[in-house]
Design a protein around this ligand. Structure first.
Ligand code: URA
Length: 203
């Protein structure tokens, strides 16, 4: 698909999300004058990073990862010379769960088709789920049977091959882990170095 076609399809998703009332989270968004956080970056990206859900800063601005976890993410991207303009960043849930609580099953059911479409439109070569919720969803989308937790499989490469394309899934710790636990940053940097290597091998 051509880049402008992708942009147009992503714009249509944005229109639908702005009117979405499929789960309870829209009420909280409207009550607080928050924005949904749909996604940002290169519509032709080879790499998609997928977080969990907007936090307060994100809901106030409509931009993914613009708070403390975003600083950690930016530092990790910087570590491997990746710029936000090169990648696409989005979330599993587009609206903020109150008090940043974990996503509920019905919210994931209602919202994840948007993420699924974003991925299908962008057609990345590498998907990096950030944290357990997006990891579970991405594994489900691609039919990967893996029950281990993120702490066991972060930085592990999952290769998917279909007749038409090949895709890599690389689960990563959520950047918030680095906010609450700065001694994890070194391990997170090592995981990001895998992205650099994978990227250099892409044809
Ligand atoms: N945490 C997420 O999972 N996504 C964001 O956009 C911000 C914080």
């Amino acid at each position: 698909m051509k880049k402008n076609e992708k942009t147009e399809k992503l714009r249509k998703i944005k229109e639908v999300v702005l009117k979405c009332r499929k789960c309870e989270l829209f009420k909280e968004r409207i009550r607080n004058n928050f924005f949904p956080v749909i996604g940002e970056g290169n519509h032709n990206a080879e790499i998609i990073f997928c977080g969990e859900a907007p936090g307060l800063n994100e809901a106030k601005t409509g931009r993914p990862f613009c708070g403390e976890a975003g600083i950690v993410l930016d530092n990790l991207l910087n570590h491997i010379n990746l710029k936000r303009e090169d990648i696409y960043i989005c979330n599993l849930l587009k609206c903020r769960p109150p008090k940043n609580r974990d996503p509920k099953k019905e919210e994931i059911c209602a919202c994840s088709p948007f993420l699924s479409s974003q991925i299908d439109i962008i057609e990345p070569k590498i998907i990096c789920p950030l944290g357990r919720y997006s990891m579970r969803f991405i594994f489900e989308k691609y039919n990967i049977k893996e029950n281990r937790t993120i702490s066991k499989i972060h930085g592990k490469i999952y290769k998917i091959r279909t007749l038409l394309k090949s895709l890599i899934i690389l689960p990563l710790y959520h950047p918030a882990v680095g906010v609450y636990n700065p001694n994890m940053i070194e391990a997170m940097k090592k995981d990001f170095e895998i992205i650099k290597k994978l990227k250099s091998e892409l044809i």
